[in-house]
Design a protein around this ligand. Structure first.
Ligand SMILES: Nc1ncnc2c1ncn2[C@@H]1O[C@H](COP(=O)(O)OP(=O)(O)O[C@H]2O[C@H](CO)[C@@H](O)[C@H](O)[C@H]2O)[C@@H](O)[C@H]1O
Length: 469
């Protein structure tokens, strides 16, 4: 079974968030099940592309409206990712220092058209096309409706929603950029008088998945305007929980952490990582260490962090360390807090993969007061690294973290308000001093969230679309 995944991000080539982690792992685990999974992504101007060798496998030109753009398909030389990867190089539009910019409509349309042009001319067509998030959301429509892709019409197209908050909508004035189709079908592109790639993908894909079962249920109630569409299309919707790549996220072998450890050596291992963090960030190593890693946006509850952190740090003998970037005013407020709390608080505003691994290893608790969390990978990394998650019970967090009071292993709250999150932090702080704390953090390391089961679920879904695969 040949599965072609299309995405704007893929770890380790270009990562902004969890989308990249999924694309860097799912195809590898699908290949282990005997499939031939490959990834097609844009060619950006970044550290990975500057330090690796690529070879061209195809050249052509796409026509967007009246403008021609030359493009190449490149593949990676010395590829040890565990799956084949192809890059769409449209130098004039995609080769940027950033994955996302303020105006991405033309960039990602060019990516999708060039990718389909290349796929459509191939001698062997894929058995399944699997698109991820709105940057690839027009592919299901084009594969089904654009005359030039008629040879793709019978190929099942799967679409995964990693985050329904971002939909990529743009004006109908730009409809001429989409390869020609029967105009009476234009409604398949539309939502609320705009061309909406996410809505169009939900309408045109053969199957729509979300990255956790609870998130699928929540989207039917609240999906940034698409709830009715998702309810109407419920027959082809399914929630499949993400996994984690246990080859990358493995405390025994992780080359990025200060000291490796297993369940048997957890106390010593976590202590060594915590000591390094506390020294590096001027924090008192004897206090319980709470951490946050992620994008500083409302979805993650970041707008409330300055208040939550201030209140918790005043009231409790704990330390907080934050790694993240995002909305500028939140970044500034979180930077300014440093002067107020001395050796109880620090923040690294930016992106740092190595530091994130050390934090998962060295922190005692990981904070995830997300208002919305389609799946969340951080809580699964934190479990694997013996760090107790403190989460708002929504989406994938609800599906993966059980509260200690209910016989579980995490601290859960049910609303994202300053008082509820502070109360959860207080509960976690009290738990730190109980006998159960050390036992729990060692137990959670063996919870299995690897990709094996989920990769199989996706294969079953593809098979249900075409039993002859
Ligand atoms: N400043 C920083 N420095 C280093 N590493 C950083 C970082 N900020 C974030 N990360 C890393 O980025 C990833 C974030 O993944 P998440 O799945 O938690 O969130 P995200 O909202 O990006 O993903 C969306 O897609 C994924 C994948 O489907 C869903 O799990 C999720 O719920 C959905 O919102 C983790 O690997 C984390 O360690």
């Amino acid at each position: 079974m040949i599965i072609t995944h299309l995405s704007a991000e893929c770890y380790p080539i270009a990562k902004i968030g969890g989308l990249a982690d999924v694309l860097g792992a799912l195809p590898k685990y699908q290949n282990e099940l005997g499939a031939t999974a490959q990834v097609v992504m844009p060619f950006y101007n970044n550290k990975f592309t500057k330090t690796h060798k690529f070879k061209p496998v195809y050249n052509d030109t796409i026509l967007m409206g009246e403008t021609d753009y030359d493009f190449r398909i490149l593949t990676l030389v010395d590829n040890n990712l565990g799956f084949d990867i192809y890059f769409v190089d449209v130098p004039e539009l995609l080769y940027s220092d950033f994955v996302y910019t303020s105006d991405d409509t033309e960039r990602f349309l060019a990516f999708q058209i060039a990718a389909l042009d290349w796929i459509a001319q191939g001698e062997t067509l894929p058995d399944v096309i699997h698109c991820h998030d709105h940057h690839t959301g027009l592919i299901p429509f084009m594969a089904q409706e654009s005359y030039r892709y008629s040879m793709l019409r019978k190929i099942p197209v799967a679409f995964t929603i990693h985050n329904a908050q971002y939909q990529g909508a743009f004006s109908h004035d730009l409809v001429y950029l989409i390869p020609e189709f029967k105009f009476s079908r234009v409604g398949l592109l539309d939502w609320n008088h705009l061309i909406n790639p996410l809505a169009s993908a939900i309408k045109c894909s053969w199957i729509v998945s979300t990255v956790s079962p609870s998130y699928m249920d929540e989207l039917k109630e609240n999906a940034n305007g698409l709830e009715k569409l998702l309810s109407d299309e419920h027959a082809k919707c399914i929630g499949i929980l993400n996994g984690i790549d246990t080859e990358v996220w493995n405390t025994e072998t992780d080359p990025l952490i200060i000291e490796n450890y297993t369940q048997d050596t957890i106390e010593q291992g976590k202590q060594a990582n915590k000591e390094w963090l506390c020294k590096e960030f001027n924090l008192d190593v004897n206090r319980p260490l709470f951490a946050f890693i992620g994008r500083l946006v409302e979805q993650k509850g970041a707008d409330l962090f300055p208040k939550i952190f201030s209140e918790s740090l005043f009231g409790n003998d704990i330390s907080i360390l934050l790694l993240g970037s995002g909305e500028k005013h939140t970044e500034n407020e979180l930077r300014n807090l440093k002067t107020k709390f001395g050796n109880k608080y620090n923040a690294f505003i930016g992106y740092d993969e190595k530091l994130s691994h050390i934090i998962y290893a060295g922190a005692d608790f990981l904070l995830m007061p997300s208002r919305v969390e389609p799946c969340g990978l951080n809580q699964m990394y934190s479990l694997k690294y013996g760090t107790i998650p403190v989460v708002n019970s929504v989406g994938g967090l609800k599906d993966t973290v059980e509260d200690i009071f209910d016989g579980g292993f995490g601290i859960c709250h049910n609303n994202v308000t300053v008082s509820e999150v502070c109360e959860a932090i207080e509960r976690a702080n009290a738990f730190y001093y109980t006998d159960k704390f050390k036992l729990t953090r060692s137990d959670i390391m063996s919870i299995d969230h690897s990709w094996h089961a989920s990769a199989k679920s996706y294969i079953n879904v593809y098979n249900s679309l075409n039993p002859f695969l």
